[in-house]
Design a protein around this ligand. Structure first.
Ligand SMILES: NC(=O)c1ccc[n+]([C@@H]2O[C@H](COP(=O)([O-])OP(=O)(O)OC[C@H]3O[C@@H](n4cnc5c(N)ncnc54)[C@H](O)[C@@H]3O)[C@@H](O)[C@H]2O)c1
Ligand SMILES: [Zn+2]
Length: 343
């Protein structure tokens, strides 16, 4: 699988994809992204493609929208030699990846991420999915894109909160895998400047790809990517029932605080490292204490689909740059961590 990061990739996408190799090309995107960037992509694709534009938002990751995509492909005579380009955030790459992996038993697809989160996380690793009966990502496949093309220009239209939220995953990569990366994120002041941003995206993409390559189906090592997510998913879900819903990366940041605290309390992580983790989360303005029902939070964690036999298993840092997985944590310590992140 090829990955390319650069500027103005949309306009010259024909230099990266051999358009002639495909019988048809479809572009799946959402209406917000289309309003900002579709014209740029049109240039690169020489206007010759089928546009499938859906409403923005997580709610679109459903069976009905998936069926609509299949239908559009069929009505427009897409065959096995067709290509789907997922042009958007994680919602688009999850949904489009699943559509591509199932249509005619699988056609080629390319991810063109437009959010930081999608660039460093959702577009890599081949996990596709939709939500079903209220359960997130319940239905999905492992199916890798042919290529990932990151045009750094597109991030200029991202709302600031959306942009920063993506740094939750970026910080996670550093904590679980690479102390040097952590130091770079910690010590660089203008991290959002184009040169630093490009370096950051490259670094994170390398880490995620490396981890996934070693364990495609999440039987072992890939689980370290779940650091911050056992708490994070529960916090994210619960926050949707309040007046202050959190973005994924924001919830993961609080989750990382809770889970680092657990690692510290279990004696796995030194206090100095724990404090550094807290510091970096503060530096990226992702530090916050939450006001959510503690019992509900624990309930949601027990139901997490990563659990086996309802036992909560955590991925925890043992020092900055290294993590372990499948750690069982006594309920007492989980309660302490909930207290620690609560207002
Ligand atoms: N498959 C995986 O491995 C994986 C990993 C992480 C997350 N995910 C999934 O990703 C999804 C979240 O992705 P997301 O955070 O990218 O959210 P998203 O796709 O919903 O995008 C967020 C919002 O930003 C808008 N937007 C996107 N790009 C823009 C741009 N360049 N300029 C202006 N607005 C833009 C979108 O229209 C949308 O309203 C979740 O469904 C999650 O489950 C999947
Ligand atoms: Zn995540």
């Amino acid at each position: 699988m090829k990955i390319k990061i650069g500027e103005k990739i949309l306009e010259k996408i024909n230099q990266y994809i051999n358009l002639g190799d495909y019988s048809k090309i479809g572009v799946l995107t959402d209406k917000i992204i289309a309003s900002f960037w579709l014209n740029n992509l049109k240039k690169g694709l020489k206007n010759d493609f089928l546009l499938i534009s859906i409403n923005p938002g997580e709610e679109e990751k459903n069976l009905k929208t998936l069926a609509k995509i299949w239908q559009k492909l069929l009505e427009n005579y897409f065959d096995r030699k067709s290509l789907l380009i997922n042009f958007g955030g994680g919602v688009i790459s999850d949904l489009g990846g699943l559509a591509a992996s199932t249509y005619m038993r699988g056609i080629d697809y390319i991810n063109l991420p437009t959010t930081i989160l999608a660039a460093v996380d959702a577009s890599i690793g081949g996990k596709t999915g939709i939500n079903f009966l209220g359960v997130k990502n319940l239905i999905g496949t492992f199916y890798e894109p042919k290529m990932i093309l990151v045009d750094t220009n597109v991030f200029s239209s991202l709302p600031k909160r959306e942009f920063i939220s993506g740094f939750g995953e970026i910080i996670k990569h550093a904590i679980i895998f690479d102390k040097k990366y952590f130091d770079f994120l910690f010590n660089t002041n203008n991290i959002f400047a184009p040169k630093n941003l490009k370096k950051t995206l490259q670094w994170s993409i390398k880490i995620k790809t490396e981890v996934v390559k070693k364990d495609k189906k999440e039987k072992g090592l890939r689980k370290i990517l779940n650091f911050g997510h056992t708490f994070g998913h529960a916090i994210e879900s619960l926050s949707f029932t309040t007046k202050k819903p959190l973005f994924h990366g924001e919830a993961v940041a609080v989750g990382m605080m809770a889970e680092s605290y657990i690692a510290y309390k279990l004696g796995i992580l030194k206090k100095d490292d724990f404090l550094l983790i807290e510091e970096i989360i503060k530096k990226y303005q992702l530090f916050q204490k939450i006001n959510l029902a503690k019992g509900d939070l624990k309930d949601l964690m027990v139901k997490d689909k990563k659990n086996i036999n309802q036992k909560i298993l955590f991925a925890l840092p043992e020092r900055i740059g290294r993590a372990i997985f499948n750690v069982r944590v006594p309920e007492k310590i989980i309660n302490l961590a909930i207290d620690y992140i609560s207002l």
